[in-house]
Write a protein that binds this ligand. Structure first.
Ligand code: NAD
Ligand code: WQD
Length: 338
C-alpha cells in the first residue's frame, strides 16, 4: 500500500518504516524534525534497500503542507506517530500537548477526509488508563489519565471514535503501547533522546557507555516483589510488527480496534538492570533515589485482545531488548550523526 507515516523519523516510527518498506509498502514520511535528525532517513533506506520511501519535512499542524503532501500522492492509509511524549513536559506545558497531539491529529483527519483516506493506525499509550483498578490492564479498564500527555492520547482516541461514527467507511486502530525499548538488531537504528534521558533503557545504556555515572533507581519501597517499579517492556521490533498486523486488520476485517501492545508481563527496575548486565557483560553502578512524582508502582498489559484479533504477540525477551539497545548505543555513542 501507499502509506503516509507521520513522525516516521522518530524512535518507533523509524523502526516501523523499515518493516513496512521491507514488506513492500511505499512510504511517504512526514516529520517536522522536532525530535529527530535527518540522518535517520538514510538509515531507514539502508535497512530497506530499494524501497520506495519519500520524505517531506512538515508539521502535521500545517494544513497547507498536508494538503500538498496528500494531493495526487495516492495515499491509502496513515500511520500516525507524530506527537510529543514527555509526561514531565506535558505537566509544565499542557497547552502544547493539546495543540500538538490533539490539534495535529484533528488537522490530519481533515486532510484524510478531503482525500478519501479511510484507514489510520494511531500511537496511543498505556498512560490512558491511569491508576490501576485491577491488573493486568484490559482495554475495558477505566480511562483516567493522570497527566496532560495521557489526556491528549485519550482525547485523540475519542476524536477517532467520533470520526468513525460520522464517516461510514472510516476505520482506525488505536494501539496502546506499554514500554517500548530495544533497537533494530543491526545496531544501525535505535532510540536517540536529546539531553539526559528520562526513560530507563536509554539511561542505562548511557551509564554503560560511561557518559552518566550511575543509574538512579526511583524508589525501592513500592509494594512490588523487590520494591522497585514494575513495567511491561516490549521490543520496538515487536511493536513495529504490531503496526503491520493492525494495518492488515483494518484492510481485511474492516473494523476499528483499540488494543494493548505489551508483552503481557512485568519486570522490575532491578530485574531490567540484571538482564542488562547479563546481556552486555557489564556491571553498572546504581543508587536508590526517592520515588519519581507521578510514577505508578506496577502495571502490565493484558495482551490477549491483540493476540486474538490481530494475531500479534511479543516475541523478544528482556535480554534481547537490552542486548539490542546496547548494540545500538555502543555502535553509535553520540546517537545519529548530525
Ligand atoms: P519520537 O519523539 O521519537 O517520535 C515522534 C516523531 O514525531 C519525532 O520524529 C518528531 O520529530 C515528530 N513530530 C512530533 N510532533 C510533530 C508534528 N507536529 N508534526 C510532524 N512531526 C512531529 O517518539 P516515539 O517514542 O517514536 O513515539 C512515537 C509515538 O508513540 C508518539 O505519538 C508517542 O506519544 C507514542 N508513544 C510512545 C511511547 C514510548 O515510550 N516511546 C509509548 C507510548 C506511546
Ligand atoms: C520505567 C521504570 C521508573 C528512569 C514512560 C511514560 C509513558 C510511556 C512510556 C509514552 C519506572 C524507573 C526510570 C530512571 C528509574 N510513554 N526509572 N530510573 O515512566 O513507565 O513510562 O514511557 O506513552 O507514558 O510515562 O517509563 O522508562 O521512564 O520508567 O528508576 O532513570 O524505571 O521509576 O519504574 P515509564 P520509564
Amino acid at each position: 500500500m501507499r502509506v503516509l507515516v507521520t513522525g516516521g523519523l522518530g524512535y518507533i516510527g523509524s523502526h516501523t518504516c523499515v518493516e513496512l518498506a521491507r514488506d513492500g509498502h511505499r512510504l511517504l514520511i512526514i516529520d517536522n524534525l522536532g525530535n529527530a535528525k535527518p540522518s535517520v532517513l538514510e538509515r531507514i533506506r539502508e535497512l530497506a534497500p530499494g524501497a520506495a520511501i519519500e520524505f517531506v519535512r512538515a508539521d502535521v499542524r500545517d494544513a497547507a503542507a498536508l494538503e500538498s503532501a496528500f494531493a495526487g500522492a495516492g495515499i491509502e492509509a496513515v500511520m500516525h506517530f507524530a506527537g510529543l511524549k514527555s509526561v514531565s513536559e506535558s505537566m509544565a506545558n499542557p497547552a502544547l500537548y493539546r495543540d500538538n497531539n490533539l490539534g495535529g491529529t484533528a488537522i490530519l483527519l481533515k486532510a484524510m477526509a478531503r482525500h478519501g483516506v479511510e484507514r489510520i493506525v494511531f500511537s496511543s499509550s498505556a498512560t490512558v488508563y491511569g491508576v490501576p483498578e485491577q491488573l493486568p490492564y484490559t482495554e475495558s479498564h477505566r480511562l483516567q489519565p493522570a497527566n496532560p500527555y495521557g489526556q491528549s492520547k485519550l482525547q485523540v482516541e475519542r476524536l477517532l471514535a467520533a470520526q468513525a461514527a460520522l464517516r461510514a467507511g472510516f476505520r482506525y486502530a488505536a494501539l496502546r503501547y506499554f514500554n517500548p525499548i530495544g533497537a533494530h538488531p543491526s545496531g544501525r537504528m535505535g532510540e536517540d533522546p536529546r539531553g539526559v534521558p528520562e526513560n530507563l533503557l536509554p539511561y542505562l545504556t548511557q551509564v554503560a557507555l560511561g557518559r552518566l555515572p550511575r543509574l538512579r533507581i526511583y524508589g525501592a519501597d513500592y509494594a512490588t516483589p523487590d520494591g522497585t517499579g514494575v513495567r511491561d517492556y516490549l521490543h520496538v521490533m515487536d511493536l513495529a510488527a504490531g503496526h503491520l498486523a493492525a494495518l492488515a486488520y483494518l484492510c481485511d476485517r474492516d473494523r476499528s480496534i483499540c488494543a494493548n501492545l505489551g508483552a503481557g508481563r512485568g519486570y522490575s527496575v532491578l530485574e531490567v538492570l540484571g538482564a542488562f548486565e547479563r546481556a552486555t557483560g557489564r556491571k553498572l553502578a546504581y543508587d536508590i533515589a526517592p520515588r519519581r512524582p507521578g510514577d505508578i508502582a506496577a502495571y502490565h498489559a493484558d495482551a490477549s485482545l491483540a493476540a486474538r484479533e490481530l494475531g500479534w504477540k511479543a516475541r523478544y525477551g528482556i535480554e534481547d531488548m537490552c542486548r539490542d539497545a546496547w548494540r545500538w548505543q555502543a555502535q553509535n555513542p553520540a546517537g545519529y550523526p548530525d
